[in-house]
Design a protein around this ligand. Structure first.
Ligand code: GDP
Ligand code: GDP
Length: 444
């Protein structure tokens, strides 16, 4: 799993959902699958994990891992919840990794999950986790009784068997995503995200008018249709997980985590996200949380302040303050003010999306980048630290969409200096509407 490879992962990769009871080792296994590239934050009891989708790679093939484990294991109605979790997972995923704790064996909750998985017709890999040594391997074989085929013994904690497991994963995941050919010139993938009631469905309805065509889920299976293709500004756009948007209100009243799971996965599958905010209300913590997710996923972003019909002079005054305070991290995102209900200004969305995508896909040649870095350092060298002055030796853009730079240096750079580099990169090359990432590699 090389960090450095030029790998324009744009979210159209096949999706693997990891399902199982609490404590069977799902997040440990996800960490194992990801290598040490990204750490899955461990559960704080009663608090859901923020991040559920991750870009993974094995043997040169990219896929998305969705960790469905982030809910409170002590909550009441656990069996019901596990079943619900499995249902969502199969509707999102191309294949399911079902994790069972081999040292505990089969429980009723496991059996409930098996029924859901069987019904889905999706490929399922049965993982017998916590097989830390040969002795435990015998216990893994008891899991044949689940009727899901051969249990694959692994130790997520120590890595035992994880290579074989990943090989098996690649075998069941679709070779290319169903929409792989969209990478060139096909419909762009957009996720409309935001809190409940900000006007996401209203916006989609206005955009789509009569001409909406529902398309099947990634793998073209029989689950809920999730995407819609809409013609806008002379081209087709693929709106991700709009079924999820329609369901959201219902889900939010049930368990907020499901809504979050959908949002997070829609972001992961999208190329560009439209974050819809209610302009008439204060920017909320949940808005910031979604923004954070979009930044971490490295997706292009447009911010739409909806319900502009309700924004008066006084609200406008406070909104400007809130934007300065809460959106300072995403100053680069195009912002539009709209009224989805009447359609006012929604024609501004497409140009904003196009600018964001352009920024997201910007590639700076190595020559131009190093010439720029030379000027930057000459104008404003890194401060001396402990008698030494870290120098930037060489830089290269290792990835587009989202733009990612690698800088080889003679020592660690201050966080402030990295921010300075990012600011200057934006001044010089644009990068409107996109997060950019800078990786610093100090010379040994
Ligand atoms: P989740 O709730 O399913 O995500 O489970 P976690 O990944 O949080 O793991 C639950 C506990 O099981 C943690 O204490 C892990 O360290 C432990 N665990 C996970 N995988 C293994 C394994 O392969 N072997 C052993 N012995 N313990 C494991
Ligand atoms: P969603 O939950 O984000 O999909 O939000 P909806 O599209 O269902 O809208 C929630 C509520 O806000 C509905 O009552 C809409 O009629 C209302 N709404 C949506 N857009 C606007 C707008 O631009 N102005 C006003 N005043 N109300 C709006």
């Amino acid at each position: 799993m090389s960090e450095d490879a030029v790998m324009p992962m744009t979210g159209s990769t096949p999706v693997l959902a990891v399902v199982g009871r609490p404590n069977v080792g799902k997040s440990t296994l996800v960490n194992r699958i990801l290598g040490r590239r990204e750490a899955v934050v461990q559960d704080i009891p009663g608090v859901t994990r923020d991040r559920v989708s991750y870009d993974a790679e094995w043997n040169g093939r990219a896929f998305t891992v969705v960790d469905t484990g982030g809910w409170d294991p002590d909550a009441r109605g656990m069996a019901e919840r596990i079943k619900g979790q499995a249902e969502i997972a199969v509707s999102l995923a191309d294949a399911v990794l079902f994790v069972v704790d081999a040292t505990v064996g089969i429980t009723d909750a496991d059996e409930a999950v098996v029924r859901v998985l069987r019904k889905s017709g999706k490929p399922v890999l049965l993982t017998a986790n916590k097989v830390d040594d040969e002795r435990t391997e015998a216990e893994a074989y008891a899991l044949w009784n689940l009727g899901l085929g051969e249990p694959l013994p692994v130790s997520a904690l120590h890595g035992r068997g994880s290579g074989d497991l990943l090989d098996a994963v690649l075998k069941v995941l679709p070779e290319a995503p169903a929409d792989a050919d969209e990478e060139v010139g096909g419909p762009r993938r957009i996720a409309i995200v935001g809190r409940p009631n900000v006007g996401k469905s209203s916006l989609l309805n206005k955009l789509a008018g009569e001409e909406r065509s529902v398309v099947d889920n990634v793998a073209g299976t029989t689950v809920d249709p999730v995407d819609e293709i809409v013609e806008l500004g002379g081209r087709s756009w693929r709106f991700i997980d709009t079924a999820g948007i329609r369901k959201r209100v219902k889900e939010a009243s049930g368990h907020e985590y499901y809504a979050w799971l959908r949002t997070s996965t829609a972001i992961e599958r999208a190329e560009v996200c439209v974050l819809v905010l209610d302009g008439s209300q204060s920017i909320a913590e949940q808005d910031i949380r979604i923004l954070q997710e979009i930044r971490e996923a490295g997706r292009a972003l447009v911010i739409a302040f909806n319900k502009w019909d309700l924004v008066d002079g006084e609200r406008r005054f406070y909104l400007d303050r809130e934007i300065e305070r809460d959106l300072v991290q995403v100053q680069w995102a195009p912002r539009i003010n709209i009224t989805a209900k009447t359609g006012w200004h929604i024609d501004r969305l497409v140009p904003a999306l196009e600018r964001a995508i352009e920024g997201w896909e910007t590639r700076v040649s190595t020559g131009a980048l190093n010439a720029f870095l030379g000027r930057l350092v000459a104008e404003h060298p890194h401060p001396v630290r402990g008698g030494k002055q870290p120098r930037i030796l060489f830089g290269t853009q290792v990835q587009v969409a989202h733009p990612t730079f690698k800088l080889f240096t003679s020592g660690k750079l201050d966080a402030g200096y990295e921010r300075y580099i990012e600011r200057r990169l934006r001044e010089e090359f644009g990068f409107v509407g996109t997060p950019i990432e800078i990786k610093v590699q100090p010379r040994e």
